[in-house]
Design a protein around this ligand. Structure first.
Ligand SMILES: [Zn+2]
Ligand SMILES: [Zn+2]
Length: 109
């Protein structure tokens, strides 16, 4: 199934989720990567640095359940390590649109 297109007001929606998250990775709230890197909620905060490699933490907002539901309760902000787990479930569909966001607000560097 091809990835559903993001709604036109995606930037505003994305912003809302980041504010809800307090710019902190939401992994461990209503979705969990299952990694043992963190217990309960992931501590990673956008703009700070990963202790392991000193790289800057970015957050990406994704759907919990892929499909056409773009409501806030189906969206979650994830840091890179948590996102990688999320993305594995759908590797083939990390598409050009997502690549583009890497150079925008959500730096996954
Ligand atoms: Zn995280
Ligand atoms: Zn996680």
């Amino acid at each position: 199934m091809p990835r559903a297109r993001r709604p036109n007001d995606w930037p505003q929606r994305e912003r809302k989720i980041l504010l809800r998250a307090d710019f902190r990775c939401e992994c461990g709230t209503f979705w969990d990567c299952g990694s043992n890197r963190h217990h309960r909620r992931c501590p990673n905060i956008k703009g700070q640095r990963y202790p392991e490699n000193k790289r800057r933490i970015g957050l990406r907002v994704v759907q919990v359940r892929r499909g056409h539901d773009w409501r806030p309760d189906n969206l979650i902000a994830l840091c890179l390590p948590c996102y990688v787990v999320w993305a594995k479930e759908e590797e083939a569909e990390i598409n050009a649109e997502e690549e583009r966001t890497q150079h925008g607000l959500f730096e996954f560097d």
